[in-house]
Design a protein around this ligand. Structure first.
Ligand code: SF4
Length: 192
């Protein structure tokens, strides 16, 4: 498949998902759902307005407006960091998690009705799209926001024992499955 056709399909899918989000979420914009999704996936170093803005590719001002909407609706809560009061931490509320789960379940239910896709084709599609995303992130100097367990800074100290090589703090197994704004792929994986 030519690359321009692949890009066209990605853009069409993006537009479709955005319009789907507009219809489904009673006034919330797709970017609000993306923000909720990010907060449900990110680790404890990455739940700040700045990291969220970088993930969304938006300005801090625009992100702050989105957070005002989400906070006003009771979907997100802002707190001060316990170590450094100048740092704002963002938390998904129980209501925010319920709304996010409901919206993603609706979309996944629709996708599951698509019976023609084979598991091996899905694996291939995932590899190709992930490779494309990584290439564009690298070419544009964007943060990768990958899974902690694929990060070059992750130290494996024993069975089930992990530490972040940047902060030197221990990490739980569950945290290695979260996304991080400091994430970097190992050099060998930089060009899939
Ligand atoms: S090991 Fe990498 S991804 Fe994991 S917390 Fe540290 S910097 Fe973030």
């Amino acid at each position: 498949m030519a690359l321009d056709r692949l890009l066209e399909l990605v853009e069409r899918l993006g537009a479709l998902l955005r319009s789907y989000g507009n219809r489904r979420t009673g006034g919330l914009q797709p970017v609000h759902l993306l923000a909720l999704h990010y907060l449900s996936r990110c680790n404890r170093y990455s739940n700040t307005p700045g990291a969220l803005a970088a993930y969304l590719g938006a300005t801090r001002g625009t992100t702050s407006q989105s957070l005002d909407v989400l906070e006003w609706r009771g979907l997100v809560r802002r707190t001060s960091d316990s170590q450094d009061g100048r740092v704002v931490r963002l938390h998904l509320t129980a209501q925010g998690r319920r709304l996010l789960d409901r919206e993603r379940r609706r979309l996944l239910t629709q996708l599951e009705q698509w019976e023609r896709v084979r598991a091996q084709d899905l694996d291939t599609a995932e590899k190709v799209l992930e490779g494309l995303l990584r290439h564009l992130q690298r070419a544009n100097n964007y943060r990768t926001f990958g899974l902690c367990r694929t990060c070059r800074h992750l130290l494996r100290e024993g069975p089930g024992k992990f530490r972040c090589g940047l902060t030197l703090e221990p990490l739980t197994q569950a945290e290695t499955g979260q996304i991080c704004h400091e994430h970097e792929y190992p050099a060998a994986q930089a060009a899939p």
